[in-house]
Write a protein that binds this ligand. Structure first.
Ligand code: HEC
Ligand code: HEC
Length: 449
């Protein structure tokens, strides 16, 4: 039977129960009137009470979804009906009414009749399935803000938590950022409350002048700072104005499309002049306009769950060019490479380029970790007095660095401090087959400037 037929079935059955309770009530009252020796007040009261309970339970059925209906029907309603039939039997026994077919039998016949009618009725219903609409149209037109923010959550954290891996989605944000209030151990700013922060931040002197001035073009991303009305059209907020009207939404959008337009104090390179964050509308992350807005919707709303009042991004609409967008991020799978992939595909899948500059891999210009020049670096590391690992040659060092990054924490010579320990994911061993790790180690071991 199809789901909507069941839906109708339970509602219909509960209606039938209520009708039966009415029938029992009228029947009892009639008998009490015919016979002087049975108390109308008592029995009428009892069956009146059953009728009221059945009626209320039936009304309640209409407020439930299908799964709840099922358990409510077989739990509460069938119990009430059972008690009613039991008391009905006692009523006839105590009134010694002869020539009565036992009420249970009558109820049974009544029941069968109803069931047959019902079976006919459900068969007569149009047979249509309630499969979810195809994905391409799922986010067009009828999406609610709650669903849109949820789409953003999936882009950030992925659809499912895989044992042994950090919750992470296509957007890769949790690789660097933390999201819970007060969780500041990360090497990148906590994004809790970023919407409110953005509004005041754009008013600060530091925002006006560093590292580029408002109105100037930031070279790496090609974005003009503090000018929401000059963001590339497909990403631009409808009705966006200039610097004076910048909102939290505008700040977040600029932060992700042009990380180096403004570098949060203490989180940048070269004296907070350059952001190590990748431009998320460019490879390897490459979020589409609809996805960027979904991420913004999530960031604007996650600090107060269930409250979407702060969300200012528009819902995707059929005419806004969003029609062709699909929710690709839905087909999330745990990250895993087998070793059969070409090396650049492998490395991009694992996300190394987000943090490392890797010679020979196009677009691998990450700046959070050391440049991977391992042919030169590895022998230096092993000789370093601080080195306490087990490696004796370059390949062993590279393997150890990937599988157990904390074995040795590299010194950042430009900044004259250690690179942050614990930033490099510790779970690559769960994402690589034996072949894949061999291939990766071979490749990384021969990289040089
Ligand atoms: C490779 C690490 C990395 C990844 C991945 C990353 N970020 Fe960032 N992000 C940073 C760093 C470092 C900063 C601080 C420097 C700056 O202001 O650009 C930052 C800053 C930000 C800011 C400004 C924060 C503030 O307090 O003003 C926002 C918003 C932001 N990131 C959002 C995102 C989103 C959304 C994603 C995922 C789609 C993401 N980031 C992915 C490293 C990263
Ligand atoms: C979230 C950022 C991040 C990601 C993603 C990341 N790393 Fe790292 N990696 C670092 C940081 C920071 C260091 C330096 C700190 C340390 O030594 O643990 C580092 C150190 C290393 C080193 C030692 C470098 C040296 O010169 O001694 C190697 C090798 C390395 N990473 C390889 C990789 C590979 C391969 C991947 C992808 C499978 C990867 N990393 C992904 C941040 C990252």
């Amino acid at each position: 039977m199809l789901p909507e037929q069941q839906d109708i079935l339970w509602t219909f059955l509960s209606l039938a129960f209520a009708v039966f309770a009415l029938y029992a009530f009228v029947n009892v009252v009639q008998h009490c009137r015919e016979r002087e020796d049975v108390s109308l007040k008592f029995w009428g009261g009892v069956f009146g009470a059953f009728l009221v309970v059945m009626f209320l339970e039936t009304v309640h059925m209409f407020d439930l979804n299908q799964v709840q209906q099922l358990s409510f029907f077989f739990g509460k309603m069938c119990l009430t009906m059972f008690l009613l039939l039991l008391v009905w039997g006692i009523f006839f026994k105590s009134t010694k009414i002869e020539n009565q077919s036992p009420p249970i039998i009558r109820a049974f016949f009544w029941w069968t009749t109803i069931s047959v009618l019902l079976a006919g009725y459900t068969n007569w219903l149009p047979q249509q399935r309630s499969d979810p609409p195809p994905k391409a149209t799922a986010f067009v037109g009828e999406v609610t803000m709650e669903e849109y923010a949820e789409m953003g959550r999936v882009i950030i954290f992925g659809t499912k938590q895989v044992a042994g891996q950090k919750a992470i989605g296509k957007g890769q944000c949790p690789l660097c950022h933390t999201f819970e209030a007060g969780d500041n151990i990360g090497r990148c700013p906590n994004l809790f409350g970023v919407n409110e922060r953005g509004v005041t931040r754009v008013k600060e002197d530091r925002y006006l002048n560093e590292p580029v001035k408002v109105g100037d073009k930031e070279p790496k991303s090609g974005i003009i700072k503090g000018a929401p009305d000059q963001i590339p059209e497909e990403y631009r907020r409808a009705g966006a104005g200039g610097y004076d009207s910048m909102t939290g939404e505008d700040y977040i959008r600029e932060s992700v499309m042009c990380p180096s337009c403004y570098v949060v104090k203490g989180f940048g390179k070269a004296g907070d002049k350059v952001s190590p964050m990748p431009v998320i509308v460019k490879p390897p992350i490459s979020l589409s306009p609809v996805e960027v807005n979904a991420v913004i919707a999530f960031l604007q709303s996650f600090t107060t769950p269930g409250d979407y009042a702060n969300v200012t991004v528009p819902l995707p609409s059929a005419d806004g060019g969003a029609a062709e967008e699909t929710a690709e991020s839905d087909e999330e799978a745990p990250i895993f490479v087998t070793g059969a992939e070409p090396i650049d595909v492998m490395i991009n899948t694992l996300g190394c380029p987000l943090c490392h500059t890797i010679p020979g891999i196009e677009g691998a210009e990450g700046e959070l970790g050391p440049k991977l020049h391992e042919k030169i670096n590895a022998p230096k590391r092993i000789k370093d007095g601080r080195y306490k690992g087990k490696a004796t040659n370059t390949k062993e060092y590279v393997r150890e660095s990937i599988l157990n990054p904390s074995a040795y924490v590299v010194m950042n010579e430009e900044e004259n401090e250690l690179f942050p320990d614990g930033l490099m994911p510790q779970d690559f061993k769960n994402k690589l087959s034996v072949d894949a790790i061999d291939k990766l180690v071979d490749f990384i071991s021969q990289t040089e400037g």
